[in-house]
Design a protein around this ligand. Structure first.
Ligand code: 3EB
Length: 335
């Protein structure tokens, strides 16, 4: 446990614990009054549990997937307002918006989702966005600046309105593979701002050159939690991008190694702010591993077994990465 987490466990500050739990009866996972969110993955998970804290993420897991459970401080309140399903303990808010595309207009769906999220969070007790996940169908369809990921980036920036790149949240933007033209956006926001962290091996995404599209992606590489909170470092989706260039095209295991090289650098940069963060991934880490080709899932699972054994809880998902040449991407938390 980091020093910040120990400090906060004595006070009344923000608390977040992320667990991966196998469950025969996922509704029971919502029983605790400290539960902020529960995520099920793929078609084996229920679509709804009649509770805004539950969300099905439309990505198929590799093997028998656990549920992801976020614990905060009890009591957690919840509701549905203005198209937003939310839960909050007064320090942290979980929120989710799903916007259907009209005639495949992903830019407009992203703009609408982000405008609604921005209005909802700005007017709440928890206006500071720490972390956002985006799931977009057919993410690399379309050529050049018509590619759907690039259109998503344009709509996202439009919906955010005026923003300072130095206070952007950490994020993941990944392709769903179920053919539903619905943009799913969920987030974690807080009362107090976190500290964004950039990766010294990578150009900041918000400064990517023009060749990657008209609107650079709006996210930070990681987010340190607000001072004094009992929360892990939040790691954005990370892949084999060095500088701004994708490495090891066609070599999924080399991309996996490069991704962990990027994490070493990113965690190193975060440790400059919080030296009590462990330098290596371990029992306080949770990883979500996104693999583009279904046929690579077992290969990646074996490589992770060799690297980590049982030391690092992880979840493998079949999902399209937002650059065609990237076969694997990983996000997670670390503390
Ligand atoms: C990259 O490094 C990989 O658009 O929100 C990773 C995490 C990526 C988040 C986003 C994109 C996003 O550029 C892609």
């Amino acid at each position: 446990m980091s020093r910040a987490m120990q400090d906060a466990s004595r006070g009344g500050a923000a608390r977040l614990a992320v667990e991966y739990v196998h469950a025969d009866d996922p509704a029971r996972l919502l029983d605790g009054d400290d539960v902020l969110a529960v995520f099920g993955f793929g078609t084996a998970a229920p679509g709804s549990l009649g509770d805004p804290r539950y969300l099905r993420v439309p990505l198929e897991p590799h093997g028998d997937a656990p549920y992801e459970v976020w614990h905060a401080n009890a009591p957690v309140m919840r509701g549905c307002d203005d198209g937003v399903r939310w839960a909050s303990d007064g320090e942290l808010m979980f929120g989710v918006i799903e916007v259907a595309e009209h005639d495949g207009d992903v830019q407009e769906a992203a703009r609408a989702a982000y405008a609604r999220m921005a209005a909802f969070t700005t007017g709440s007790r928890t206006p500071r966005l720490l972390r956002i996940w985006n799931y977009v169908d057919a993410i690399t369809f379309g050529e050049g600046d018509d590619e759907r990921y690039r259109a998503f980036c344009v709509g996202r920036a439009q919906g955010l309105g005026d923003f300072d790149v130095r206070s952007l949240p950490a994020a993941t933007a990944i392709g769903r593979c179920d053919g539903e033209r619905v943009v799913q956006v969920y987030w974690l926001a807080s009362v107090a701002a976190g500290t964004p962290v950039e990766n010294p091996r990578q150009v900041s995404a918000y400064r990517y050159p023009r060749r990657y599209g008209p609107q650079p992606p709006s996210f930070a590489r990681a987010m340190l939690p607000p001072a004094g909170s009992a929360m892990p470092l939040m790691l954005s989706g990370t892949a084999a991008v060095v500088g701004h260039v994708s490495m090891h095209d066609g070599e999924v295991l080399a991309q996996l190694d490069e991704t962990f090289n990027n994490f070493d650098a990113l965690v190193g940069a975060a440790r400059a702010h919080d030296p009590s963060l462990p330098p290596r991934f371990g029992a306080g880490t949770r990883l979500k591993v996104y693999v583009r080709d279904r046929d690579d899932l077992a290969l990646v699972a074996d490589a992770l077994d060799r690297r980590f054994g049982d030391a690092v809880p992880r979840l493998l998902l079949h999902a399209a990465i937002c650059r065609r040449e990237l076969a694997v991407e990983i996000d997670g938390v670390h503390g």
